[in-house]
Design a protein around this ligand. Structure first.
Ligand code: FMN
Length: 365
């Protein structure tokens, strides 16, 4: 299967299926000398792990990562870093029916249309479990970015149409609740809605917001590798993401230039913008301001309500899906959004080292 490689300088290749033996990733291009151990990766994987709350799939997986190569005496060696997580809780029998029909909203139909053959167990490679490998690679990228002082974090912004109040934003609260919500007052309302939809056998969608702090101006390559274009590709490649919006986003199309333009001003810090509708990106290049964007997720396609579909015997049928599914994808995807953002940004930061002769000289010396 092609399309499993992301990045030019910091290049990741993922492999594995939901109910296969293992999932994993090879990271090629990580600089040497980065201190790295399994615990650095594990803490991110634990945030993505299933079965941790009543708003996630009950599938229980240890998701224990093994670093197979590229690290010696606690430091990266500059050679490919291979990481693997073995699957331990497959219940493939729950999915045997999916072999004969197509789940509405899932990738069963299109995989068959493309390959004529598919690993239907747990959705194979189209499963949300595939994101585990992205998170492992993203954890390495986040470690490198931290050394450069660049911080990336994401949180739940909206679920089922209930939006958090940014005035009540509490960063520390994000990690203290199972929905990764930064607004204490919104939590109860959103939690009740998720539990209600889960009890109905239905699912629910939502929005993740992500922020990148301390990115210097100049990151991003015009024309095809723009910063916003590459982050958009990274985010839109996550299953169930249906829209990406940078800065003022859709709202920019509804207001006037005089309202949307960010005016410049000299301050003691140099040139700054008076507002940040651009979301920290102008012409596909970082402008030194905070980069912020939103990722819009559809409701989980596998629901337990009766649905209509077709089977391979040419019949129109009604189905009731079995298996273990997330009633909402958003909370488990927060760390996936952080990981994919880190991969896109680190790749462009590394590419920028040869963007002009002064940079190149600094690196060459
Ligand atoms: C973290 C994560 C968890 C997911 N969990 C499930 C799940 O439990 N059940 C399901 O049907 N889809 C789940 N999905 C979504 C499917 O992978 C996705 O909808 C499917 O591949 C079809 O792709 P599309 O929605 O982008 O068209 C999950 C996605 C992510 C990112």
């Amino acid at each position: 299967m092609s399309g499993s490689v992301f990045g030019n300088m910091f290049k990741v290749s993922t492999f594995g299926e939901s109910h296969g033996k293992a999932l994993g990733v090879i990271v090629d291009g990580c600089p040497s000398g980065v201190s790295l151990c399994e615990e650095d990766i594990q803490k991110y994987l634990n945030r993505r792990k299933p079965g941790q709350s009543n708003v996630s799939t009950p599938r229980k997986e240890a998701d224990e990562v093994e670093i197979l190569s590229g690290v010696f005496e606690g430091k990266t060696t500059g050679t490919p870093i291979a990481m693997m997580v073995r699957n331990t809780s497959q219940k493939s029998a729950d999915y045997s029916e999916i072999a004969s029909y197509y789940r509405p909203g899932h990738a069963d139909f299109t995989f068959d249309a493309k390959y004529g053959f598919r690993d239907y167990r747990g959705g194979g490679r189209s499963s949300g479990r595939e994101t585990l490998a992205r998170v492992a690679a993203g954890a390495v990228a986040l470690k490198v970015l931290k050394e450069l002082g660049i911080e990336i974090f994401a949180y739940t912004y909206e679920i089922g149409g209930i939006t958090i109040d940014e005035e009540k934003f509490d960063k520390d609260f994000i990690m203290n609740n199972e929905l990764y919500i930064p607004d204490k007052d919104a939590l109860e309302k959103i939690r009740n809605l998720v539990i209600e939809k889960k009890a109905e056998g239905d699912s629910i969608g939502g929005v993740i917001k992500c922020k990148v702090k301390n990115l210097m101006p100049g990151i991003g390559e015009p024309v095809f590798d723009k910063l916003d274009a590459n982050i958009a590709k990274a985010i839109m490649s996550i299953g169930a993401v249906k829209a990406f919006e940078i800065g003022n986003g859709v709202n920019a199309s509804k207001i006037f230039g005089s309202e949307n333009n960010d005016n410049f001003i000299y301050t003691e810090n140099g040139i700054e913008k008076m507002t940040n509708n651009s979301g920290g990106v102008l012409g596909g290049i970082s402008d030194g301001d905070e980069v912020y964007f939103k990722a819009y997720f559809k409701p989980t396609p596998s629901i337990f309500k009766e649905q209509k579909t077709v089977n391979k015997d040419g019949e129109n049928i009604s189905i009731n899906i079995k298996g273990r599914h997330d009633p909402i994808i958003v909370p488990r995807a927060v760390v996936v959004v952080e990981a994919m953002t880190a991969l896109a940004i680190l790749d462009l930061v590394m590419l920028n080292t040869c963007s002009n002769i002064d940079n190149l000289k600094k690196v060459y010396k």
